[in-house]
Design a protein around this ligand. Structure first.
Ligand SMILES: *[C@@H]1O[C@H](CO)[C@@H](O)[C@H](O)[C@H]1NC(C)=O
Ligand SMILES: *[C@@H]1O[C@H](CO)[C@@H](O)[C@H](O)[C@H]1NC(C)=O
Ligand SMILES: *[C@@H]1O[C@H](CO)[C@@H](O)[C@H](O)[C@H]1NC(C)=O
Length: 393
């Protein structure tokens, strides 16, 4: 693997998963490989999985904090191995469903069966949710030893949710659903680690360029993403924080969020702390607002309004010598990039100050490589300003 991307590694030891419905194949891979590309028109990260019998490639939008895999079953889902998950089954409780579709008023098909376990699949790009049948089908994926791609392996009964065709609105062209890597027992990392008995860890390496590929590696390192360089050897850590309140468009009461939050303590621009209401940086455990999440579905860094204003004002102060140009929505302040290099200040450096105390077994860690220190860059492209965390958007 030769990739120029930013690596995030997630450990999650929250759950011990024993999923009796997943049959293990005789060859046991150490890790699995899912290539990720960035779609130029939507800026969404896309991956392709092979699902169903006969196997077909299914293009999906990658959602790091998404709850599970959901695909459109209304249009074009043909498979002889599809199985609806019955209400009150082991798989249904693993999925933490609190809903049962007793009767579907149509002829039976994937997504429409009687007495089926139901979940609330979520388009996290448009924030639209619906109700959908929980099903199982075969998924095949390439294994890896951490350096090179290995043989293709299958998970015969991967649990997913049937979305609807309208739920695809707002996703990249040709996409048939979303693949969630979040903190649930039926997200892809959880099911893959249960199926092949490897550590419940995964790494995601995303490219900010639409020309370079990224990858998700399910399982433990080494992660040889550059020739002869195991990036798992040069990591710095910050704890992942659980938001006890769901952040999905639709959810069952009492569900925690499946998204990954980190503890940003302050924001500095050129070494100076940006004045902001720091209570907004902490998750409100009753309403679930506040805190800092890592997302792959927003194309740029999104900040709460007052924090954003404070950051933009600090940025304007640092770039006082640089001519402003008309703002390009949704950005509030834009500068002429041809003038930045010639100034004394150059491009301001924005840093998120993180909690760096690694607390073992507290529900997971976000790990970063040295070249990615959660230093947020203000990238100034042709006369407009973009705020982005490299590879994190
Ligand atoms: C569900 O059950 C009803 C009543 O038994 C039946 O009429 C209907 O066809 C069934 N629907 C499906 C999708 O199997
Ligand atoms: C800071 O934010 C919290 C949460 O939104 C709010 O309750 C509080 O009033 C704010 N404090 C100030 C000084 O604006
Ligand atoms: C940016 O600055 C250059 C050099 O001063 C100038 O030629 C150009 O017109 C400016 N662009 C905008 C959008 O103002």
């Amino acid at each position: 693997m030769d990739l120029s991307c930013n690596l995030l590694l997630f450990f999650s030891l929250l759950f011990i998963i024993i999923n009796p419905s997943i049959v293990q194949s005789s060859f046991r891979p150490k890790a699995l490989l899912l290539p990720v590309s960035k779609d130029p028109s939507s800026q969404q990260y896309l991956a392709q999985i092979n699902q169903r019998t006969p196997l077909v490639p299914v293009k999906l939008t990658v959602d790091l904090g998404g709850q599970y895999l959901w695909v459109d079953c209304e249009r074009g889902y043909v498979s002889s191995s599809y199985k609806p998950v019955p209400c009150k089954s082991v798989q249904c409780s693993l999925a933490k469903s609190k809903s049962c579709i007793t009767e579907c008023f149509s002829s039976p098909r994937p997504g429409c069966n009687n007495n089926t376990c139901a979940l609330l699949p979520d388009n996290t790009v448009t924030h639209t949710g619906t109700s959908g049948e929980v099903g199982q089908d075969v998924v095949s994926i390439q294994s890896t030893d951490g350096s090179n791609p290995g043989r293709v392996v299958s998970v015969p009964n991967l649990i997913f949710t049937c979305g609807a065709t309208f739920l695809l609105e707002g996703l990249a062209s040709g996409v048939k659903g979303m693949v969630g890597l979040g903190r649930t027992r039926i997200s892809l990392p959880s099911q893959f680690s249960a199926a092949f008995s490897f550590d419940r860890k995964f790494a995601i390496c995303l490219s900010s360029s639409t020309n370079a590929k990224g990858v998700v590696i399910f399982g433990d390192g080494p992660y040889v993403l550059l020739p002869n360089i195991d990036v798992s050897k040069s990591l710095i850590y910050t704890p992942l924080i659980l938001n006890p309140v769901s952040t999905a468009s639709a959810s069952f009461e009492g569900d925690p969020s499946s998204e990954y939050f980190i503890g940003v303590k302050s924001i500095k621009i050129n070494g100076k702390a940006v004045p902001l209401n720091t209570s907004l940086l902490t998750i409100n455990n009753i309403e679930g607002f506040g805190g800092t999440k890592i997302s792959t579905v927003d194309p740029y860094t999104v900040m709460e309004t007052t924090i954003y204003s404070a950051v933009v004002n600090a940025f304007i102060r640092e770039l006082a010598e640089v001519p402003r140009v008309a703002p390009v929505a949704p950005f509030g302040a834009c500068f002429n990039s041809t003038n930045i290099g010639s100034t004394r200040v150059g491009q301001p450096c924005l840093k998120l100050i993180l909690s760096c105390k690694a607390v073992p077994f507290s529900g997971g860690f976000l790990v970063q490589t040295q070249w990615f220190k959660l230093k947020v860059m203000f990238c100034v492209w042709d006369s407009w300003m973009e705020v982005q965390i490299p590879g994190l958007q």
